[in-house]
Ligand binder design. Sequence first.
Ligand code: G3I
Ligand code: 9MR
Ligand code: ZN
Length: 566
Amino acid sequence: MRFAIVLLLAAPVFAAAPTTDIKVDQVGYLNNTPKVALVSSKTAAADFAVRTVKDGAVAFRGKLGAPVDDPDSGDRVQAADFSRFTRSGQFYLEVPGVGRSWEFSIGPAVYSRAWYLAMRSYYGQRCGMAVDLGPEFPGYKHEACHLEGAYHASSGKTGPHSSRGGWHDAGDYGRYVVNSGITTGTLLWTWEMFGPRVRTVKLNLPESGNGTPDILNEIRWNLDWMLEMQDDDGGVWHKQTSEQFCGFVMPEKDKLVSYVIGTGSDPFKSSCATGDFAAVMAIAGRVYKPFDAAFAAKCQRAAERAWAWLDQHPNVTFRNPNGVGTGGYGDGDCSDERLWAAAELARTSRGDSYQRYFLEHYSDFRKSIRAAQPQSWGNVANMALWTYALGSGGDAAAVAAIRQDSVNAAEQIVGRTKSNGYRISMTSRDYIWGSNSVAANYGMQLLVANALQANPRYVETAMENLHYLLGRNTFSLSFVTQVGANPFRHPHHRPSGADNNPEPWPGLLSGGPNRGRQDAAMRKLAADLPPAKMYIDEQAAYAANEVAINWNAPLVFLLAGALPAK
Ligand code: G3I
Ligand code: 9MR
Ligand code: ZN
């Protein structure tokens, strides 16, 4: 009896729990941009209201759009469009008969915290030094790790090798040059494209306050490791990892030797790694000049030596040698990596040979800028073409062609996104391993197109993909740890699994739905689920719920595009 009275008294005080049927960007929306939430419910619904968190007052009323079938999720969705509502504050959506949404904000700087966490997550991934996210995140720390490095037999050398620096790739503790390549390139591009917005953001790093912007301090930690992966002849080894994955332990508890691993036969280094390396070092050669000219020059020289090696060894591909079972990042064609190297070198130094190489080869890659399959670790041709155009490369006809290709692709993506039930740029085929990075990379593609030919629709469409990642999806789940009111919680991430903290490490993007179902946890899901539903928030599900540096990077880029312009 007494229990019932307490319940009755309590009922009006605590608002009903949010429903996954109403999908919002749990971070929020900018004031003067399209603002759409989605409703997918068995109950037919007609109206919605935007209410203020503070007192539940109705701030805006609207009608739901006509139901749209979304084959990728199997959901029938109705749009709640409150774009006309522009007031800053904290709100939630209420749909009579369906329920209420998670809370979200409207304001000019709603994405600042998410950007900070997503970018700072790289500090958490640092290898070779003690890391501590406290006092902001007390208990999120690890000791210096993987200090014992050695040349693996497959590298062509023997003996110890320095093992300092770099970022742990993902949920594992390996360090892979190919994946570092697109990651570091994308982060450096974030600086180049959105520098004024992020220059003064303090990431609370050990280096903070040294006069260099923190985003560049963080990126340098990985560049220093990459530099160590270059051999005397200019070639770059593919990866530095243990022979097999370790268990779910903190990094300092992983005592497996961190080997420099090569191809197993002469020339031992791989062309894809060397091409990516050359591209990234060329970017560093221009970006760090104002902050540390000596370091910039060192990067530039390293890029040139890598480039020269590629000339001798254009397509040495990598496969795990016998006895090695860590990530492969194997790619059968390194010509896109080489083109990227040429383009970045040309942008930095304007050397004739890079320019010539690019102009002789770029047309073979023009089809890469298209509305399907954006850039990824295995395909960096877009980066090559864009950097040439963004850097106002010497050949006007090439720049014009690249701009036109980018605009054509962006127009198609914008059109497709409009008719997609979840208003995202994804196609059914895009739900692969790391599909959330496909969404983020479409966003990046649209922001680059906007930089080449300004068009607010490109930016708006980029943001639609961001909304998906931050909760406006079939699960009503924010795919970024500790961001939004209903984030995923069980990443395949060794530190998150091995520490004693209740929540995972912050700012990490989940791989996302993957129709490939390449792990046992995923295979428990029904085989006929629609692709966007092929996801499970379980630690064991590495093919759907791992995190990775190359997935976070386009998220960082996209979020930077949503920060207040300066
Ligand atoms: O691109 C094809 C697509 O055309 C095809 O339709 C589809 C069908 O399954 O497959 C797609 O290829 C997939 C590819 O990822 C897409 O990038 C492969 O099946 C899939 O096996 C491959 O997965 C890679 C995975 O390693 C396994 O090798 C992921 O890209 C890659 O991100 C991931 O990287 C791992 C590292 O090896 C180790 N560290 C963790 C990291 C993240 O999981
Ligand atoms: O933890 C590993 C993850 O980082 C990789 O992406 C994944 C695919 O290569 O493999 C994971 O390791 C698993 C291994 O492949 C099979 N045994 C279980 C491991 C996860 O605990
Ligand atoms: Zn480490």
